[in-house]
Design a protein around this ligand. Structure first.
Ligand SMILES: C[S@@+](CC[C@H](N)C(=O)[O-])C[C@H]1O[C@@H](n2cnc3c(N)ncnc32)[C@H](O)[C@@H]1O
Length: 205
């Protein structure tokens, strides 16, 4: 199966995010579990021996397992983590279900590291809104201007990424933006710069 993530120059751009994630995760003494691991890209950037990934999408798990044959992956839900309490030293969640919504059992020791959007993340692809939708969007932007409330420490990573048309389309279909009426990126035939703006946060278990 073709991997849109691996094909996109988006990946090369996001090495900056992966570097920040690796620095924040550090070298925990024990297993690291990536919840919503997708194709395993962020896990692959952690030079650690004990790597586990979980995703609800079977095709993503298959790709992750091919990318990282020495790590273990499982198809499952973040809301029912199939791990023993206290067995995980760090839980990672990158643009995926995160701590506030996931039962805390997995990380009874260790900490959570999350990547969540900042206010300007992919703003060039978002639709122009009006009325009530615009009000809700501005509230969301205000919320995203601060790190997640549960974060004990957070760093903001911001940069511009120049994408060609094909990478832009791949990115569009990877993000929830694709569900928003009027979002742009699906049918483009020209490249564009997009803003990457994320919080890399950590919080104790
Ligand atoms: C935007 S992708 C991010 C993938 C990966 N973390 C990355 O950044 O490359 C979100 C991922 O979360 C997964 N996901 C969504 N809901 C989930 C759930 N309830 N339990 C486990 N995984 C879930 C999706 O299948 C998808 O692979």
């Amino acid at each position: 199966m073709r991997s849109p993530l691996a094909a996109a120059s988006w990946v090369r751009g996001t090495t900056r995010v992966a570097t920040a994630v690796a620095e924040v995760v550090g070298t925990p003494t024990g297993p690291v579990l990536d919840v919503g691991c997708g194709e395993g890209y962020y896990l692959s950037q952690l030079p650690l021996p004990d790597r586990f990934g979980l995703d609800v999408a079977k095709s993503a798990v298959q790709m992750a397992a091919r990318l990282l044959p020495d790590s273990q992956f499982v198809v499952g839900s973040a809301y029912r983590l199939p791990v023993l309490d206290g067995s995980v030293a760090a839980v990672l969640s990158v643009f995926a279900p995160h701590r506030r919504r996931v039962p805390a059992s997995a990380a009874a020791r260790g900490r959570w590291v999350t990547v969540t959007p900042g206010p300007h993340h992919l703003q060039q692809m978002r639709p122009v809104l009006s009325g009530d939708s615009q009000r809700k969007a501005s509230e969301r932007l205000q919320r995203r201007a601060e790190p997640p409330v549960e974060a004990a420490a957070a760093r903001r990573v911001q940069f511009e990424l120049q994408l060609d048309a094909s990478a832009l389309r791949d990115l569009f279909y990877m993000t929830p933006i694709r569900w928003q009426a009027g979002a742009t990126g699906a049918d483009t035939d020209t490249g564009r710069a997009v803003s990457v703006d994320v919080w890399v946060s950590s919080s104790p278990a």
